[in-house]
Design a protein around this ligand. Structure first.
Ligand code: NAP
Length: 487
């Protein structure tokens, strides 16, 4: 796939510096966004030193660009760029100078571009728009705001139809979900894909930087996380830090999906050969009927937090149990025979019950809604349901909080009476934001061994990463990325 690096700098000196860097990194084309420059350069010969084909773009504010000065200068400027050897002029479909410039230039191609910053139309409409732009220019460029997986599907479907039409086009999805259209531009049939010269200077949401795009050339490991909403997820920085550290051609994306989009998502995973996915609230159980099979861990927990794509076969797995197991190993605690209290009765509590029951612990569960604790107890023989007032008098060697109590945005409370905390006890909080919850601070005070959910989060991430890539990431690299996010 050919890569076009978009240069959005205010000074000519920086345009040249980042163009040269992009050439060194192997860009195929360079787009100079003249609308980002403080002044329109008078001396266009300075750009002669750029050897790859160049695109000149001067987009007005009304067209979604940055140019807000004298509009009568645009036509003359673009004609000058053509004379100076720019291979392409990018002109908005709505521009009244498009037709005249196309008739005037010789040897320079016109990119007729269409931008919809609000929405993505149906795949049929996408095809019509690209068809129309292709007639008005030599290459059609259409960019749409992608707000859902259904929008994303429309772009890939539109691309499939357009690929059979022998048109030159570039089709882009803008926004975080649209990143997939940039990575898989060849699957859409685009002539090239756009990226930014540097991470902090992207010209469109969801655009990646050149170094990342080069890393993803050829065979790539695309992974991500789904759930809804996903704004709180710490997984993308953790996983991407690991990909970078291991110099792997991989990326981890946030792929939020609403309930009725899960099937679109699993279709996309198969179609695009997305290597795997983490699954979080509220889809851990809902995704199960859409998978081909579950492994033993997911069967036992009855929920999936990791999907592995084995050549089209989607296998559901649950690495939360590994995350808990590794935290116990870190603490040097063997759960066998230990009197243990699980707080909560949701999905995370279920993973904890699997771990503790596999290791022969003596399990108790305490939950806000007793009936949910009873449902959990039905699946785990030997698990005793307790009311809060029944907890007094018990001496627990292990306590695991599997509720969001203490998490940022929730009341800063301890989910059990602090009288239950004591010296040499293991206290694990699945909450990782903040890293030291009130429960852990109280446990510290009581002389217990207090473990944050950070350990579990990273160990479950390591297990997923290994399943997708066959490589073991470094714990400290991931922990460092998580700490930076939590700061
Ligand atoms: P879930 O399935 O929604 O279950 C939530 C549980 O917490 C339920 O038992 C619920 O009680 C209880 N709960 C919710 N709000 C409460 C409140 N205000 N006071 C008392 N109890 C409350 O969620 P989950 O997937 O099990 O996740 C639970 C927590 O674990 C979350 O904070 C999640 O971020 C964390 N977690 C961390 C990791 C990690 O790697 N560190 C992994 C998985 C989960 P009811 O039955 O009464 O509704």
């Amino acid at each position: 796939m050919r890569i076009c690096t978009s240069i959005a700098e205010s000074e000519t000196e920086n345009v040249l510096r980042y163009s040269q860097r992009a050439e060194e990194l192997g860009t195929d084309l360079i787009e100079i966004r003249f609308d980002y420059m403080k002044e329109l350069p008078e001396d266009m010969e300075v750009f002669d030193e750029i050897e790859v084909p160049m695109i000149a773009t001067l987009r007005t504010k009304e067209q979604g660009g940055e140019y807000s000065r004298d509009k009568t200068l645009i036509r003359g400027f673009l004609l000058l760029a053509a004379l100076e050897g720019f291979s392409y002029l990018d002109i908005d479909e709505s521009s009244n100078i498009l037709k005249a410039i196309r008739e005037e230039v010789v040897g320079t191609h016109i990119i007729c571009s269409h931008h919809d910053f609000e929405s993505t139309p149906s795949s049929d409409d996408i095809v019509d728009i690209v068809d129309r732009c292709a007639r008005k220019g030599d290459l059609a460029k259409a960019a749409f705001r992608v707000q859902s997986l259904k929008d994303l599907r429309s772009i890939f479907e539109g691309g499939k139809v357009l690929s059979n039409k022998e048109l030159n086009f570039v089709l882009i999805g803008m926004g975080a979900l649209g990143t997939l259209t940039r990575i898989f531009a060849d699957r859409i049939g685009s002539s090239f894909t756009y990226c930014a010269a540097r991470e902090e200077k992207t010209t469109a949401a969801g655009q990646l930087d050149l170094e990342t795009m080069k890393r993803l050339e050829g065979e790539k490991i695309v992974t991500g996380i789904t759930g809804y909403p996903l704004s709180h997820s710490m997984s993308p920085p953790i996983m991407n830090a690991a990909f970078e550290d291991l110099s792997l051609p991989g990326i981890y994306l946030a792929l939020p999906s609403k309930d009725d989009e899960l099937e679109v998502l699993t279709d996309l995973i198969r179609d695009l050969n997305i290597r795997g996915l983490n699954v979080t609230i509220p889809h851990k159980e809902r995704i199960i009927p859409l998978l081909d099979r579950l492994d033993e861990s997911a069967e036992k927990v009855g929920a999936v937090n990791t999907v592995v794509n084995r050549s089209g076969e989607l296998v559901g797995s649950n690495t939360d149990v590994i995350g808990i197991e590794e935290t116990f190993k870190r603490a040097g605690v063997d759960a066998e025979g230990k009197k243990s209290l699980i707080i909560g009765a949701g999905g995370a509590a279920r993973s904890c019950a699997v771990f503790l029951s596999d290791h022969g612990a003596d399990m108790f569960v305490y939950n806000r809604t007793r009936s949910n604790a009873e449902t959990l107890a039905e699946d785990f023989s030997g698990l005793t349901v307790a009311e809060e007032d029944e907890l007094d008098g018990h001496d627990f060697e292990v306590i695991v909080n599997c509720t969001p109590v203490g998490m940022k945005g929730f009341p800063d409370k301890v989910p059990i009476p602090t009288s239950l905390l004591r010296k040499d006890q293991m206290v694990m909080d699945m909450v990782y934001n903040p890293p030291r919850t009130r429960l852990l601070r109280e446990a510290d005070k009581a002389g217990a061994m207090a473990y944050s959910g950070m350990n579990m989060l990273i160990h479950q991430a390591i297990a997923g990463f290994e399943k997708w890539t066959g490589k073991s990431p470094d714990y400290e690299v991931m922990a460092g990325a998580l700490r930076r996010e939590l700061e």
